[in-house]
Design a protein around this ligand. Structure first.
Ligand code: PMP
Length: 304
């Protein structure tokens, strides 16, 4: 990943990909205190457009605020940096990764001279969970790892350190032959995937966990808006594991995962064991939206 051509935006400048380096005493590397985003750009008839750029950047700044990190740039600068990186790397579609971290100015938890540094990289990235899985659905398992308690690390922040929990859960699921993990919260209720929010469908109504220890997903919000436009009811509530077992359909949402159908959980087929009709409708609509094929919500597309 580090050895390729291209340009990365680092602290206000575009630097060659291979030279976008930081010192081994980088504070965030030691303690995990940093914030990041995952953003996608898609080709549209008007050119490449970043989907919901401003919302992602706003969440990045909210994440920093939660962690008490003083951002050295404003939101407009970070928005512009993301556009620049996609354009200057000649990408028609892209996954964009902004990240803000403490540098090597000090060490130890008490370091009080730390500076926040910001980087933005972008590269081509296809379907996160695989093309076949987008059509046929994935197999998941409830994780033996619990999602962060609301007062352990705060999940409104997309914080680097939060992802140790995600990776433990994902690695366990992959090792056991599944495609993704479903994490329960500290009280045992369904929360989210390692990098996705979850929806279930039962009798034509959609349900999704209320946001306690799950990330406030931008794809989740997009899908909720699409449901409203289709006249589909979405209820946010506590969901139990067995409610997922007996759902008619289930799917994950995320910038990387987009809308990914779930066909099986813990060895039990969900509904017909294939992508359900409501999932398929929302998936199609989501792709129409991000590719600018709908006239609604032009404000969600930021041309690069
Ligand atoms: N939950 C977690 C833990 C995530 O990492 C992500 C991906 N950012 C999501 C949910 C989905 O969020 P979004 O739709 O904004 O990408």
């Amino acid at each position: 990943m580090a050895d390729r051509d291209g340009l990365i935006w680092l602290d206000g400048e575009l630097v060659p990909w291979r030279e976008a380096k930081t010192h081994v005493l980088t504070h965030t590397l030691h303690y995990g205190m940093g914030v990041f985003e995952g953003v996608r750009a898609y080709p549209t008839a008007q050119g490449t457009a970043i989907f919901r750029l401003e919302e992602h950047t706003r969440r990045l700044f909210n994440s920093a605020h939660i962690l008490g990190m003083a951002m050295p740039f404003d939101q407009d600068t970070l928005n512009q940096a993301q556009r620049t990186v996609v354009r200057e790397n000649g990408l028609e579609s892209a996954y964009i990764r902004p990240m803000c971290f403490y540098g090597a100015e000090g060490m130890g938890l008490r370091a009080d001279n730390l500076q926040v540094h910001c980087m933005v990289a972008a590269w081509s990235w296809g379907a996160y969970l695989g093309e076949d899985n987008m059509r046929n659905g994935i197999r998941i398992k409830v994780s033996s790892f619990t999602r962060h308690h609301v007062n352990t690390t705060m999940c409104r922040a997309k914080a680097n350190g939060n992802y140790m929990n995600s990776m433990m859960a994902l690695q366990e699921a992959l090792r056991d032959g599944y495609d993704e993990a479903l994490l329960l919260d500290a009280a045992g209720f369904v929360m989210e995937g390692s990098g996705e929010n979850i929806f279930i469908v039962r009798d034509g109504v959609l349900y999704t966990p209320d946001l306690t220890s799950a990330l406030d997903g931008i794809t989740r919000r997009t899908v909720m808006t699409l449901c409203e436009e289709l006249g589909l009811l979405v209820i946010e509530k506590r969901i139990t594991r067995d409610e997922v077992y007996i759902a008619d359909e289930a799917f994950f949402t995320g910038t990387a995962a987009e809308v990914t159908p779930i066909r099986e959980i813990d060895g039990r087929a969900i509904g017909s064991g294939t992508r359900g009709p409501i999932t398929e409708r929302l998936q199609t609509l989501y792709f129409d939206q991000v590719h600018g094929r709908r006239s609604l919500h032009p404000e969600w597309l930021a041309l690069v």
